[in-house]
Design a protein around this ligand. Structure first.
Ligand code: SPQ
Length: 426
């Protein structure tokens, strides 16, 4: 995949469905009684892994071009899988499904690809075990493969050390089956799609400050879910519109849930010309986002905003590399345990393009304003790295080659086609 510099991007792009919400629609639909219909479902490899796992747990799921139908059988309707569940590259599938499996009257073995087998699972094994679950890391390294033997669970009051929606959601899902109230507090609020959607499916869940509280449930009820566009995918075109000179892009129907919208706040603080249009604040809020080329300047990004833009930090690094002045990113040590070590991988690849970037224990420091030049990019099988450097390549002198370009299929299968359309309008 070779990408070269471009003079401007123009036109409209409609972003595919949100990955986090698509996963949850399948999971909660599988646990609800009746048929859940999901529109604008993300047909990315991660969400297809979730469908595959629930089919193996005995749930009929129809995947058609315009909708998916999940024929849920209620909270106690799953059956023992005949094979190991394969969660592919998806941390969300692995951690959330563990919370459900912890309460089933059967044993399941769960694993994923090489990246998943390195990602930390102690963060869910610990609280789920406190609830009474029997979860074993088969290789004894607190990673997948996991053997989960369902047990009767009891409610806990858990204070998570990390702000993680996956940890919070795994505990809340187990809490649906517990014998009393379950509480999860986190240091900073992480994305709240589980709380919103569980409530929509009829669960007794609410939040008090940084604590999510769930009570056990006789059953959930099937619903209609219209998935908004994924702001994490929109982020690549937000950045492209800002940093490629002479650009104007309208990004349509993007989810702007305040627990996910840090990219917008940061882009505006950096001097980005961004306008929200057609805001719809019902349920999961959405808007169209109009982005125009802008002169950006460096800022410090730290503290409570970090969980709201954690997956966007790679593309924010690219914006920082072209911005005037210094950008400092702190409190983002979680970047080390994503699909790749996103601190090391950003430092390696951005340095190769001529940027000045230093990795730290919990983030990076970028001295912006250096001219970027094309390079060979190693994606380390991380979709967010591939997409970030496809955008960086648009402003770099010479040719950029992205090794492992197809990894975008994890979260945004039509990414390159959508980018080409914006180039051809110019
Ligand atoms: O699902 P996975 O592989 O963990 O995906 C990532 C991503 O970049 O797409 C992280 F690597 O997103 C996570 C996100 O970082 C998706 C997610 C969710 O849907 O609940 C929550 C975040 O992870 P965490 O660990 O902070 O809960």
């Amino acid at each position: 995949m070779n990408i070269t510099k471009i003079n401007g991007l123009h036109g409209e792009v409609t972003i595919p469905g949100d990955k986090s919400i698509s996963h949850r629609a399948v999971m909660f639909g599988a646990l609800a009684k009746g048929t859940t219909e999901v529109r604008n479902f993300l047909q990315g490899a991660d969400c297809l892994s979730t469908i595959d796992c629930f089919r193996k747990l005995g749930i009929e799921i129809e995947n058609t071009p315009d909708k998916i139908l999940i024929h849920g059988k209620g909270l106690n309707g799953l059956s023992a899988p005949a094979v190991t569940l394969d969660t592919g590259n998806s941390g969300t599938t692995t951690r959330l499904i563990s919370g459900i499996l912890a309460a089933q009257p059967f044993e399941t073995t769960l694993t994923g690809d090489a990246s998943i087998q390195k990602r930390p699972m102690k963060r869910i094994i610990e609280p789920l075990s406190m609830m009474g679950a029997d979860i074993i890391s088969i290789n004894g390294n607190d990673c997948a493969p996991l053997r989960i033997t369902g047990k009767p669970l009891h409610g806990i009051d858990y204070h998570s050390k990390v702000a993680s929606a996956q940890v919070k959601s795994a505990i809340l899902l187990a809490g649906l089956y517990a014998d009393g109230e379950t509480r999860v507090s986190e240091p900073v609020i992480s994305r709240n799609h589980s709380e919103i959607m569980l409530c929509y499916f009829g669960a007794d869940v609410h939040t008090e400050g940084k604590t999510a509280i769930i009570k056990p449930q006789p059953d959930l009820t099937a619903q209609f879910v219209n998935v908004p566009g994924d702001i994490s995918s929109a982020a690549y075109f937000i950045a492209a519109g800002l940093i490629v000179p002479n650009s104007e892009i309208l990004i349509k129907n993007v989810g702007i849930n305040p627990t996910r919208d840090g990219i917008l706040k940061v882009a505006i603080e950096m001097g980005g010309d961004i306008t929200l249009l057609n805001e719809n604040l019902d349920g999961e809020p959405t808007a169209d986002i109009l982005v125009k080329s802008s002169s950006l300047h460096g800022i410090t990004i730290e503290g409570d905003i970090i969980p709201t833009l954690i997956d966007e930090l790679p593309i924010i690094n690219i914006m920082a590399a072209v911005a005037d002045g210094t950008t400092i990113i702190k409190d983002a040590a979680e970047l080390k345990v994503k699909e790749s070590n996103r601190i090391d991988v950003m430092v390696e690849n951005l340095s190769a393009m001529g940027a000045q970037i230093t990795g730290t224990d919990d983030g990076m420091i970028i001295e912006g304003g250096k001219e970027l030049h094309g390079s060979v990019i190693e994606t380390y099988a991380d979709h967010r790295i591939a997409m970030s450097f496809a955008i960086a390549a648009l402003i770099a002198d010479g040719e950029t080659i992205i090794n492992g370009r197809d990894v975008v299929n994890i979260s945004y299968p039509t990414f390159y086609e959508d980018l080409e359309k914006l180039k051809s309008y110019s």
